[in-house]
Design a protein around this ligand. Structure first.
Ligand code: ATP
Ligand code: MG
Length: 139
């Protein structure tokens, strides 16, 4: 069975959308195998977004994620095709391209405040689960 890393980012926490987001994955039938509330350290946030290091918004993104204005809800979800289906449940990166019915399509307006993260491949899921969680924290 497949696993993916999903995080409600601090804007999603501040807006009170944690239960809405968890509910969508639960009602689809996926299984929650790890969850914690955490303010990521700078090294973790930089590693998490390592593929975006050269982008102009990288520093602002890492500053935001590590700001501590609210925690991130880090999760691991398990089930058939959960990496790809999770990305569909979340919707396109830019909320203006995200379909109604997706999380970003239903709740967000700007790419810098798109409330949720989901791994985009098996490789990134494996890396991100290991980055955010110790093995004993995952069921
Ligand atoms: P995520 O990795 O968060 O699930 P994604 O895979 O859809 O999102 P990425 O290209 O990996 O998109 O970008 C990671 C995050 O960086 C986005 O979720 C968004 O918060 C931020 N980001 C991406 N592009 C921009 C941009 N042009 N301006 C500001 N922030 C951006
Ligand atoms: Mg991404």
């Amino acid at each position: 069975i497949e696993r993916t890393f999903i995080a409600v980012k601090l804007d999603g926490v501040q807006r009170g959308l944690v239960s809405e987001i968890i509910g969508r994955f639960e009602r689809k039938g996926y299984k929650l195998v790890a969850i914690k509330s955490v303010v990521p350290s700078r090294p973790i946030a930089e590693a998490h977004y390592g593929d975006l290091r050269a982008r102009p918004f990288f520093k602002g993104l890492v500053d935001y994620m590590t700001s501590g204005r609210a925690p991130v809800i880090a999760m691991v979800w398990e089930g058939p095709d959960v990496i790809r289906q999770g990305r569909r449940i979340i919707g396109a990166t830019n909320p203006m391209d995200a379909q109604p019915g997706s999380i970003r399509g239903d709740f967000t307006l700007t790419v810098g405040r798109n409330i949720i993260h989901g791994s985009d491949s098996f490789e990134s899921a494996t890396f991100e689960i290991g980055l955010w969680f110790d093995p004993e924290e995952v069921y």
